[in-house]
Design a protein around this ligand. Structure first.
Ligand SMILES: Cc1cc2nc3c(=O)[nH]c(=O)nc-3n(C[C@H](O)[C@H](O)[C@H](O)COP(=O)(O)OP(=O)(O)OC[C@H]3O[C@@H](n4cnc5c(N)ncnc54)[C@H](O)[C@@H]3O)c2cc1C
Length: 294
């Protein structure tokens, strides 16, 4: 197989027209931190690489009407180093970003590229699922918006057509008295998670009862997994409910044996890490003072 032809697109219109014409012969090149390794391993054989890195407008990262809009070229490092006022509105972003790979990977890789790649052990798909992100998909002919829960279909498989650009992710900002935690079990810093948890808790005015709970797992199933039963148990509960919520999350996990860990060990660790993440998120929610910028 000859190496793919490289094409740098100068406008979104040119990109979408080329994607429409090439279909699954073309691949979008964003940070390249997943695409180049899979091409090198022979797991993908695109004929054309469409570089979007110089396209204007895709690096937008801002809050509008209670929603953060994260464009296709927003790098992990930007989310790791968000200004404090922005991070207070979406505390989960810097927490997840700092766990991804190493500095060189975070300098190039993008949140949107990670969603498109749909690795079930990656941080961003679980964040998008936990926060009910909306994903905006553009093609030469249409634009559509999909909820994150409809987007992740299986390992490295998303509801993204070959002729579509994942244009941006929209994440609702956290209400006041919200705390979050992203925890993962890895053997070395920067590795993909053996078990990962995203938790976000919003407390009532008394700062004790849980008004809203979000829990998602990564690394323990074919896609990121939302723990709806845990969330229901947590609603209206206080910290005494964390044990039951962790057990409910273990039931959702679909861990398998692989070279890094057995399925049984992974399920055990889901319980441990969900409980820990809930404790952290709860303590942070109690301490949270969100600036009045929403
Ligand atoms: C050593 C190493 C360690 C890593 N560790 C982690 C980790 O711990 N956690 C983690 O989550 N990731 C990790 N990664 C992957 C990294 O985070 C990638 O940056 C990320 O998965 C993909 O983003 P990207 O911008 O690099 O996408 P690319 O590699 O450019 O693209 C990935 C895929 O998405 C498609 N794509 C990209 N952008 C779009 C778009 N806008 N619309 C439609 N399709 C698009 C591409 O065509 C390709 O199929 C690691 C990578 C390496 C090399």
């Amino acid at each position: 197989m000859p190496p793919p032809r490289y094409q740098r697109c100068s406008s979104i219109e040119e990109l979408l027209a080329t994607l429409q014409a090439q279909g699954d012969r073309a691949k979008i090149l964003a940070g390249g931190q997943s695409l180049i390794p899979i091409i090198s391993l022979g797991l993908a054989e695109p004929e054309v690489l469409l570089d979007i890195n110089r396209l204007p407008g895709l690096d937008c990262c801002g809050v509008e009407g209670g929603v953060a809009r994260i464009g296709a070229l927003v790098r992990h490092v930007t989310l790791e180093r968000l200004p404090q006022a922005f991070a207070a509105m979406l505390p989960v972003l810097p927490m997840a970003a700092q766990l991804i790979g190493h500095a060189a990977i975070r300098n190039r890789g993008t949140l949107v590229g990670s969603l498109a790649h749909a690795d079930p052990a990656a941080e961003w798909p679980a964040v998008a699922l936990a926060l009910d992100a909306q994903l905006v998909l553009k093609s030469a002919r249409t634009e559509r918006t999909l909820a994150a829960r409809e987007f992740f279909l299986g390992p490295l498989t998303a509801a993204l057509e070959p002729h579509e650009l994942l244009y941006e992710a929209r994440l609702p900002i956290a209400p006041a008295r919200t705390g979050a935690s992203v925890l993962e079990l890895t053997y070395r810093h920067g590795d993909y998670a053996v078990v990962g948890v995203v938790a976000q808790l919003t407390l009532d005015v008394d700062a004790t009862m849980i008004r809203d709970a979000r829990v998602a797992l990564f690394g323990v199933g074919p896609t990121p997994l939302r723990c709806a039963a845990s969330e229901r148990l947590l609603q209206g509960a206080d910290a005494a409910g964390f044990g039951d919520a962790a057990v409910a999350a273990q039931r959702v996990a679909e861990p398998v044996d692989d070279a890094t860990a057995s399925g049984d060990y992974r399920r055990e660790m889901v319980g441990v890490f969900v409980r820990r993440a809930l404790q952290q998120a709860y303590a942070r929610a109690q301490a949270a003072t969100v600036p009045d910028q929403r």
